[in-house]
Design a protein around this ligand. Structure first.
Ligand SMILES: *Cc1c(COP(=O)(O)O)cnc(C)c1O
Length: 380
């Protein structure tokens, strides 16, 4: 299948290679314990890759059966795209949507005991999973007292909540610092202490591992705690943390491209862009690219912090990134002309590397690419 790029519309676009997504998934499956099943985390538009398309592909071509999203809009996008597998909403959904959850067989997270109460009042027997807070202090029932926590959950079930799972989330599983590893082990223990008391509920879904924990080695994680793992970032070929070792051969599944809209020569003393943040001290060739911060290209990459690739060579950003355009230095790259392709993110310049230039994480870089940037799919 070829990438369909409409020449007339081409400005700033992403080419998503579904073959790489599939290869990532297969490589990760091979690395995981044979009994572990993947819950594909498709939130935030599949980390910018296009949620409906990615979920349908994973379901049809890779036999993924379970998906997780962050909210009801995302869940409905998957159902509307034809996803048949299980869908778990990892965060809050307002009670007025319980009917929609029920009608579309979407599982909801019980984020707190107050939330459980509102579910109990609802006539709709929404399938739900209990979030257990083992130390992240984001959502979930407190596990400080395992016995009391388990009794509370069993109480909800007895009162009629349709509880089919329990999960927790690790906050430092992507770190190799000894104190962080120790903290994750504490979280595992707290989780185990509660779920081991819930046998009578015969929960279908018990899970705790994100990408990092799935790939790290924690002997404390028994089979029953790894029956399902929630994979997000690594499916898309990026690392949970720049320093986190990933032994699996995964590759970013997308390239962000733009083109050259104009080429010019500037003389000594001429400035470039807003704020006149850059002034030439020698004759330079400058190219303009029709992508800016409104497309999600961080303004923090301005003034030489970031660069793009043209014909495989680095072209540093000159001046400030504008809303819809930016300028780069092509003095060292011969033959650049209007309509030439530019790589903003791709092989040789991935989101993790861009993130480290501006003090953030690859997750934020890819999630921030705006909807204005068209997504095209190919299978190489
Ligand atoms: C986002 C998220 C994940 C996926 O995290 P990755 O680091 O991308 O694998 C898993 N679980 C929960 C609760 C999440 O919010």
């Amino acid at each position: 299948m070829q990438v369909k790029v409409n020449k007339e519309e081409k400005r700033s676009w992403i080419e998503i290679d579904l073959a790489r997504l599939e290869a990532n998934y297969k490589a990760l499956k091979e690395q995981l314990d044979t009994y572990s099943k993947v819950i594909a985390v498709i939130k935030a538009d599949a980390y910018g890759h296009g949620d409906g398309r990615v979920a349908v592909f994973l379901e049809k071509e890779c036999s993924v059966r379970n998906f997780a999203v962050s909210n009801i809009d995302e869940a409905m996008t998957l159902r509307d795209a034809g996803v048949k597998g299980s869908i778990l909403i990892l965060g809050y959904t307002a009670p007025q949507h319980f009917k929609t959850l029920y009608d579309n067989n979407i599982m909801q997270t019980i984020v707190s005991s107050e939330y459980a109460d509102s579910l109990l009042l609802s006539p709709y027997k929404v399938r739900c999973q209990v979030a257990l807070d083992t130390g992240m202090n984001r959502i979930g029932l407190s596990t400080n007292n395992a016995e009391a926590c388990a009794e509370t959950i069993k109480g909800y079930a007895a009162q009629g909540l349709n509880i089919c799972g329990a999960f927790t989330h690790f906050c430092v599983a992507d770190s190799l610092r000894p104190e962080d590893i120790a903290f994750t082990k504490t979280q595992i223990q707290r989780f185990e202490d509660v779920v081991s008391r819930l046998d009578s509920l015969h929960l279908d879904y018990v899970h705790c591992c994100n990408s990092a924990a799935s790939l790290a080695y924690y002997p404390e994680l028994g089979k029953h705690l790894k029956k399902y793992v929630r994979l997000g970032i690594v499916l898309y070929g990026l690392k949970p943390d720049a320093d986190f070792p990933v032994d699996v051969n995964i590759k970013p599944a997308f390239e962000w491209k733009s083109l050259i809209s104009m080429v010019k020569t500037i003389q000594v003393g001429e400035s470039v862009g807003y704020g006149r943040a850059f002034t030439a001290d020698h004759t330079m060739r400058i190219a303009t690219i029709p992508t800016g911060y409104a497309d999600g290209y961080s303004r923090r990459l301005s003034c030489g912090v970031g660069h793009v690739l043209i014909n495989g060579q680095k072209a540093p950003i000159v001046g400030k990134v504008c809303m819809d355009q930016m300028m780069v230095d092509i003095s060292e790259i011969p033959g650049v002309k209007m309509d030439d392709e530019v790589i903003l993110l791709g092989d040789g310049l991935n989101a993790d590397e861009m993130a480290s230039l501006i003090g953030t994480i690859g997750y934020e870089v890819i999630c921030n690419i705006s909807k204005r940037v068209q997504r095209y799919y190919k299978k190489s």
